[in-house]
Write a protein that binds this ligand. Structure first.
Ligand SMILES: [Fe+2]
Length: 395
């Protein structure tokens, strides 16, 4: 009896399980506390690793416990001969860094070089692709991929391997042979003949009879936009040398993907390269966060400040080949980049998911404001300056 009484006593002492709501509060706090993780990932801290699709260096992945933005998959790939070949849904971009490559997108090979942007568009049935080095193995081609993982998840998260990277196959033949992989296109009978080109001449009806019709028109307009991108030669590659730098309050930028473009095959990301002249600095912005940066060249630092930096502004040092993520926080943060090299420009790739009316464009939850201009913008003639900006902090 005594023993039984004791057991009852112990049971009474055990706390009730916290339950979902309490756990959820904890989960949201973990997300907010990511502002305390390191924002810069040094290239030298990330090893190259061989996988069944090629040789890669992973800066940020959903499986990396200390990733500031674990919803971003950011990795570099070096291609000595050819990568594996696989199929998955699009909505992601890859920037050429070195050498001379070609990428098979569906059935067509598209050449690319440094600063060319390879686009894998969204397409019913997915996009089969493979990357090739067009020079010898001593002169590998290299690129960096930027993937917003929630989009991959929302598009079904399927990935099938159609050909395995040779080096991995040799080491892991005991694990899985190439003909063991799932077939992707088996499931897409409905879209076997789907071709965006069929939509190039689509004209929306002048009137619609229902809100349902309006949705079909929106879908058709999207298909037409992708068809126009194909017609403009922007379907799979956007050439860096075709783009011009603009000087805006935040700095000198050339835009690859922007919501104003009507001739791109992808709208899910903003993507640009920012160049900071020797010894100069960017403007200063108040943003929600969620931007990722890859340093293509140069050496400098970023000052980040805001409610999540209680010890004052934080200095983030970076150099070529490093990766920097600006964390998300409810109050947002203020950041500004400085080129510490008085002789050479710094070049930074910047990308973030493109939010539309659904999330208030750049406002999101914390508001978007330009707090300070870059010096190159201030030096412009008034006629060349922004006609849109309204600086609330200058009142
Ligand atoms: Fe891929």
């Amino acid at each position: 009896m005594a023993g039984q009484k004791e057991r009852t006593h112990i049971r009474e002492q055990e706390p009730e399980p916290a339950g979902f709501y309490e756990n959820f509060l904890e989960y949201l706090k973990i997300i907010r506390d990511r502002t305390e993780l390191p924002h810069v990932t040094k290239s030298s801290d990330v090893p190259w690793q061989v996988g069944r699709n090629g040789k890669s260096k992973y800066y940020s992945t959903p499986l990396k416990p200390d990733a500031v933005l674990p919803d971003r998959l950011v990795f570099r790939k070096t291609i000595e001969d050819r990568n594996g070949r696989h199929t998955h849904q699009g909505s992601l971009v890859i920037l050429g860094l070195k050498g001379s490559g070609e990428t098979l997108v569906d059935d067509v090979r598209h050449p690319w070089g440094p600063e060319d942007l390879i686009i894998l568009p969204i397409k019913p049935g997915g996009i089969e692709h493979q990357h090739f080095n067009m020079r010898g193995p001593d002169d590998p081609a290299e690129w960096i991929a930027f993937i917003h993982v929630p989009y991959l998840e929302e598009l079904g998260a399927e990935l099938t391997q159609n050909e395995v990277y040779k080096e991995w196959q040799e080491k892991h033949s005991h694990m899985m042979s190439a003909d063991n992989f799932e077939e992707y296109d088996d499931h897409y009978d409905l879209f076997l003949d789907f071709d965006y080109a069929d939509w190039a001449d689509y004209t929306p009806p002048e009137t619609t009879n229902s809100l349902y019709d309006d949705l079909v028109v929106l879908r058709n307009n999207y298909r037409k936009m992708v068809a126009q991108a194909q017609g403009a030669g922007n379907w799979a590659v956007i050439r860096g040398e075709d783009l011009e730098y603009e000087i805006n309050p935040q700095g000198k930028m050339k835009w690859y993907l922007h919501p104003s473009f009507e001739d791109r095959s992808m709208r899910s990301l903003l993507f640009y390269i920012q160049e900071i002249p020797p010894g100069s600095r960017s403007g200063k912005q108040h943003r929600q966060g969620g931007l990722v940066h890859y340093i293509m060249g140069g050496k400098g630092h970023t000052i980040i400040d805001g409610a999540r930096y209680p010890d004052g502004p934080k200095r983030l040092e970076w150099e070529a080949e490093d990766y920097m993520a600006i964390p998300l926080s409810p109050e947002g943060c203020q950041f500004q980049h400085f080129n510490d090299d008085p002789e050479n420009p710094a070049k930074i790739v910047v990308t973030e998911p493109s939010h539309g009316y659904e999330l208030g464009w750049l406002d999101l939850g914390c508001g978007f404001e330009q707090l300070q201009n870059c010096p190159e913008y201030d030096a412009l003639d008034d006629s060349e300056k922004s006609t849109a900006i309204y600086l609330i902090f200058q009142k």
